[in-house]
Design a protein around this ligand. Sequence first.
Ligand code: CMC
Length: 393
Amino acid sequence: LGLFTYDPGFLATASCQSAITFIDGDAGLLYYRGYPIEQLAEHSDFMEVCYLLLNGELPTAQEKKTFETSIRRHTMVHDQLHNFFKGFRRDAHPMAVMVGVVGALSAFYYDALKITNAEHRAISATRLLAKVPTIAAMCYRYNKGLPFMYPRNDLSYAANFLYMMFATPCEEYVPNPVLVRAFDRILTLHADHEQNASTSTVRLAGSSGANPFACIAAGIAALWGPAHGGANEAVLKQLEEIGDVSQVGKYIARAKDKNDSFRLMGFGHRIYKHMDPRAGVMRRTCHEVLTELGLHNDPLFKLALELERIALEDEYFITKKLYPNVDFYSGIVLRALGIPTSMFTAVFAMGRTVGWITQWNEMISDPQQKIGRPRQLYVGPVQRDWVPLEARD
Ligand code: CMC
């Protein structure tokens, strides 16, 4: 049945129409609702970006305040949800726990939820944005055997997450504005990226009318892979493995070797055939954070810079248009902020939740929306007749 176009990896298939995010991979451009990512990363904060993505326009001062208040009202999770954590081993990967616990939210918000109702969809978005950081921080505290910290709603979205991660009960917590800003920027840079693997997963799962919390859990699962959101964790592990500037040449040679499956993590992108615009912002943020913390001689950062320099001058990387992507620098910043490597992809999921739910909402509101149902090119045996057991050789 050769009726369908075979397009492995969807290189040439547009799965939807969308008015949310625009990418020009050849020119290295990324816009959310028409606004360049560089401008948003510089002048907006993550809450404003969330409002923009969800509503299509930047908020007025009053709209922003109302939006932030509604998010703050929902930061706590149902007390019973605490029990879910106990079912996991303490050393479980935070992404495994995130998939399970965020998926479990569907059990708390199911019966009364009508996805055809715009207000119900909006409250689901608010709940997800508010609760995913709380759950992510709980994953970390559970892993460490630390008591969960209740959200502090007087803090900003980013500062509250760092508080839930690192604060000690009854001790004063004073957020560092440079570090909070850097963390907030990481969320902004990860907020949406059109039809990537996890977003397409959310859309496909949602196209059947499934519960939005379950759809976001599916997105988290797709994000986990090292070719997608798991790359920030893989970059750091790889830098640690390389260990020293003197070893960079050896690893570059491995990345170029056709017979070696080794890849330089944090390099290359399906869409960007130019510098990922998010990587430039992240690189500057990296300098700010390391300066603030007096870590400028950080060996890992020096190693990353050397790797970037050599790769950008190398014929192989130039010809294949492999430039550093956002994950190349975000790992170093997260490490400087004290976030453990195993939590990096959970932070990516926190940033991307707004993109997933915005894309889900756009899909559900589209009058042309149909259940996603790709076809295949069948390459198995043609029809044959069943043979009795004793007659088979
Ligand atoms: N190191 C060495 N060679 C590479 C790399 C790399 N990081 N990335 C691609 N190549 C080569 C690849 O071997 C192939 O060579 P050839 O044409 O000779 O077979 C060519 O470049 C094209 O690669 P591809 O895998 O066909 O390209 P793709 O568009 O399917 O994959 C990618 C894109 C991001 C999965 C890939 O570049 C990669 O694995 N990069 C490392 C992982 C990474 O950093 N991922 C984060 C992506 S950004 C965050 C996100 O959006 O989730």
